[in-house]
Design a protein around this ligand. Sequence first.
Ligand code: NAG
Length: 252
Amino acid sequence: MDLVKYVFFLCTALGLAPERTAGQKVSVTLYYESLCPFCRRWIAYQLLPLWSSELKEYVTPSLIPYGNAHEKRVDGHYKFQCQHGEEECVLNTIEACIIKKLGDKTDQLLGVIGCIEDPGKEPGSWHDCVPNDTLLEEVKTCATTEEGEQLQHYYAQETDGLVPAHKYVPWVLIDNKHSALAEMNLKSAVCRRLKDTISTVPATCNDFIVQQQDAHAHDDKEEGQPSSGRTFRPAPAITTAVRAGLAQVLYQ
Ligand SMILES: *[C@@H]1O[C@H](CO)[C@@H](O)[C@H](O)[C@H]1NC(C)=O
């Protein structure tokens, strides 16, 4: 551990608020599943707007596409069951593969996942979101082989290892701590975190820092899907026809 990290650790341990030095970003981790309407809306109306704001420079987003799925070990393979059916397991795996292939190219990653998860997008047309055929073929190969299975298993472990366990999706962590506020108002949650750790918060935060009291009230709310304060536009329902189309497209 180098000195800077040690001092940061020590200050954190002592409950002091050290200066957040350059390069120390707020981590934003999303636990989600690909066909969950609230997850889609959160990506569209919370994550993408954050990423296209001044706050982009202050955050490191991570995506964990698994959510309320379950895994079983059967005949030497992992089998998955997903809340929104088999199509969701396939799309979770495709997204896991995209996350792996794009690595730390976060702009491209959020572009592709944001496109696939767009509330108005038919899940079966995910291909359109992948920027070129080379990547598309890599993703298809990954999603239909051991590679995709292992990635799903990895995300299963990440999700099942959450302490406290997630109670719904989207489930969002700010610097590895669950934040119900981030699920309702991500910019505000990031700004609050920055306010605790740097002396001068970005100007844009003045619009987003909610009253401290309100914020704590949100954090205390641990049960169920947080509903107050959401200003989401309604998303079209995923119809049976869309699902059938998705299955067809994915397995061709
Ligand atoms: C395909 O897209 C990926 C991601 O944008 C990029 O890294 C790669 O270089 C592209 N490949 C080709 C052949 O254009």
